[in-house]
Ligand binder design. Structure first.
Ligand code: ADP
Ligand code: MG
Length: 695
């Protein structure tokens, strides 16, 4: 048995290896860059590159790649070998310049019209705050990606910028409160990742899963998640072997994979890592999603990361646990024993409350995707209405502050199990509210509306930026006050009073909440095209420009890219459905009808007395449905045609959402009813029963 501690991080050029392999002054300079964001000198980069290359070659590498996160939502890489000709031989070389800068052709990555193709040059630049690692004989270097003229083309750069913004503003506030020893603040994230595992042979028989990641047809299995027997259930042998392999691969890459369990739906599982800084957590989550899929292949399974692979069973999300902590090791979202006296905590809490209220549209936008639209508000994930949950104690505290009343915090009660051999323990002060999109869970917030395939960089730079903005406003209000404590308390009261509408502790799945939220003036944007109409509101343009995250032009580009990707995805779904209908389903049902007719004729040939009523009934029923099915397939074709002929990205996306998706649903409805009436022998695809209970 290998010991985890012996191989944890073996494929990473981590701090220990840097310390061991770099001359002391170089190591120190690099640490300064990593910890304080100081610019890196090329002479230092040269030495680091050399050491990195030597280590990578020892690890069996022949290539290196700049690894980046373009707007497509999947990571990108272009491999270069280390070889450099020397006469008719080669030596292995890797310079500081190659480490720092790469030039992938940027023309094939989405830029939202920022760059014309003739200015296709793009740059990747080394992000020294996220360690390089080795995979499949290649040295991977995490990088940011931008255009020749400096516009952002990726998801990492805004995250890095937002982390710096939040740090700057939080440090200013902490200094005002007397914590002058704090020099940097980092946001931390722990993402809980849900996924499905299905058998690969079955997957290969489903063109919808292959093309779109979700089933476009498929009648409900007799058993779904009703019995709730899968959640936290015993993990079966095949899945357990997969999870073991997965953990091992992740640990080798220094990823803190910690918790694993079965989820609510059959074949659904979850993996959660120990939290780390937002930037590394994002890189690690991207890697985790890739490795989940690779390891599944080895086990002849497919890992589905789509938000809604199966109709009628819970889809997959990702909980983004987020907090802020100082370089002195203090978690700023820890309320402590007496939150009512903890001005620092209350200020940060107030900043978050104000941010979530003022930028609820951005939080909704950042989790919007074609896949996630199926989940939000469908009673399996939070609604599309953004609100926050504070738990009973904090909620009471906030309300006592608003009313100007005294507040005494409750002591955490002891949980008594009533069984002597079981130890009693302290109960958490806040119970879980599983239905809230943004819930306080003791010393962090859990943003629960993310879809499973999302790059978590996006919600995190939104959160960091909007909280940085509020803190900078707080700083302006506090900086000249003689008694900061007194003015801070007034500010906290004012903010809670003005923004308490965003706090909701009840059941977010209930119909009453939808009405109540509307009464409170909260937004309820059910779909991506609807949500994106808000992205370019002046207040959002101002937020990003003022905090140096995006220029207006870059924000417009992002707007266009996201809408375009949405339209493309629905377009592919619409085309795939038509192909399935015409090439597989219509011929299959027709053949089954033919067999029924043959049977009826054969029966009559034996004796006119034999009843053929059942065959006739089925033939009539299926023939009617088939007519309707063919008509709807034609209508879907026309709707997809109209949608794709539109040129304005917003109009096109809205057309897909309002016209194409409902048509797809209508077609599916008839298709699924035919599946229920057609012999399995004739039906061209594995059923939900097979798919969901295959591993
Ligand atoms: P819970 O059971 O309340 O959800 P866990 O301890 O299981 O809490 O944590 C869930 C996720 O939250 C894990 O990924 C964990 O690493 C992460 N987490 C815990 N503390 C923090 C923090 N301070 N910042 C960010 N994430 C955190
Ligand atoms: Mg959780």
């Amino acid at each position: 048995m290998k010991k985890v501690s012996d191989y944890f991080g073996m494929n990473v050029f981590n701090d220990a290896k840097m310390q061991e392999r770099l001359p002391k002054p170089i190591y120190k300079a690099l640490r300064k860059t990593i910890e304080n964001g100081e610019a890196l000198d090329i002479t230092i980069a040269n030495v680091v590159a050399h050491a990195m290359k030597d280590w990578a070659i020892e690890m069996g590498c022949t290539h290196y790649t700049h690894w980046f996160q373009p707007m497509t939502g999947v990571t990108a890489e272009k491999h270069d070998s280390f070889i450099s000709p020397k006469g008719d031989e080669v030596i292995m070389e890797f310079s500081g310049k190659e480490l720092i800068k790469g030039e992938p052709d940027a023309s094939s990555f989405p830029s939202g019209g920022i760059r014309a193709t003739f200015e296709a040059r793009g740059y990747t630049t080394w992000d020294p705050t996220s360690p390089a690692f080795v995979r499949d004989g290649t040295l991977y270097i995490p990088t940011a990606f931008c255009s020749y003229t400096g516009e952002l083309l990726d998801k990492k750069t805004p995250l890095l910028r937002s982390m710096e913004r939040l740090s700057d503003e939080a440090v200013k506030i902490l200094h005002l409160l007397g914590k002058t020893e704090v020099t940097r603040v980092a946001t931390t994230v722990g993402p809980e990742q849900e996924y499905f595992l299905i058998d690969k042979d079955l997957f290969n028989k489903r063109v919808d899963l292959k093309m779109t990641g979700r089933t476009l047809f498929g009648a409900k299995a007799p058993k779904g998640q009703e019995l709730e027997d899968h959640y936290f259930g015993a993990i079966n042998t095949r899945v357990a072997a997969y999870m073991r392999d997965l953990d091992e691969e992740l640990w080798k890459l220094g990823i803190f994979a910690k918790t694993k369990h079965n989820e609510v739906a059959p074949s659904q599982h979850e993996l959660a890592p120990v939290f780390t800084t937002s930037n590394i957590a994002t890189d690690h989550n991207e890697l985790t999603m890739e490795i989940m899929q690779k390891v599944a292949e080895k086990h002849n399974m497919v890992c589905l990361l789509h938000e809604k692979p199966f109709k009628g069973v819970n889809g997959s999300g990702k909980h983004n646990n987020w907090s802020i902590s100082t370089n002195t090791g203090e978690n700023l979202l820890n309320p402590g024993k007496n939150p009512e006296k903890n001005t620092q905590f209350l200020l940060f809490l107030a900043a978050i409350v104000k941010a979530v209220d003022e930028y609820q549209d951005l939080l909704r936008i950042t989790v919007a995707s074609a896949g996630n639209d199926h989940r939000l508000g469908a009673n399996e994930a939070p609604p599309a209405i953004i609100s926050m949950y504070l738990g009973d104690d904090l909620d009471a505290l906030v309300h006592s502050i608003i009313k100007g009343e005294d507040y005494h915090s409750h002591k955490a009660a002891r949980m008594q199990t009533g069984v002597d051999v079981l130890a009693d323990f302290k109960k958490d002060n806040s119970d879980r509210n599983r239905t809230s999109p943004f819930a306080f869970t003791g010393n962090k917030f859990e943003f629960r509306a993310l879809g499973s395939s999302l790059n978590i960089g996006c919600p995190n730079y939104m959160l960091n930026t909007m909280v940085a903005e509020e803190l900078s406003q707080f700083y302006e209000a506090l900086k000249n006050s003689i008694d900061v404590e007194v003015v801070a308390k007034e500010l906290i009261k004012q903010v809670f009073t003005e923004h308490s509408r965003i706090i909701f502790n009840g059941d977010n799945y209930s119909g009453e909440w939808v009405k109540e939220a509307e009464r409170r003036g909260l937004l309820n944007m059910k779909t991506l095209p609807e949500a994106f109409e808000k992205l370019l509101d002046q207040k959002n343009i101002d937020l990003f420009a003022k905090n140096n995250i995006y220029s207006e032009e870059e924000l417009r580009a992002r707007h266009e890219i996201e809408l375009d990707m949405y339209s493309k995805q629905i377009n592919i779904e619409g085309l795939t459905m038509q192909q399935m209908a015409r090439k597989d389903i219509i011929p299959a049902v027709s053949a089954f009808i033919h067999e029924l007719a043959d049977t009826a004729v054969a029966k009559k040939a034996v004796s006119k007395q034999i009843s053929t009523k059942s065959e006739e009934k089925l033939i009539v029923s299926l023939s009617d449905k088939l007519d309707k099915f063919i008509r709807l397939t034609d209508e879907l074709r026309d709707e997809v045609c109209t949608a794709s002929s539109l040129t304005d990205p917003q109009e096109e996306a809205s057309y897909y959402q309002k016209n194409v998706i409902p048509k797809m649903e209508e077609l599916r409805e008839v298709g699924d009813r035919m599946e229920m009436e057609t012999s399995q022998k004739f039906w061209p695809y594995p059923s939900y029963t097979e798919l969901l209970f295959s591993v």
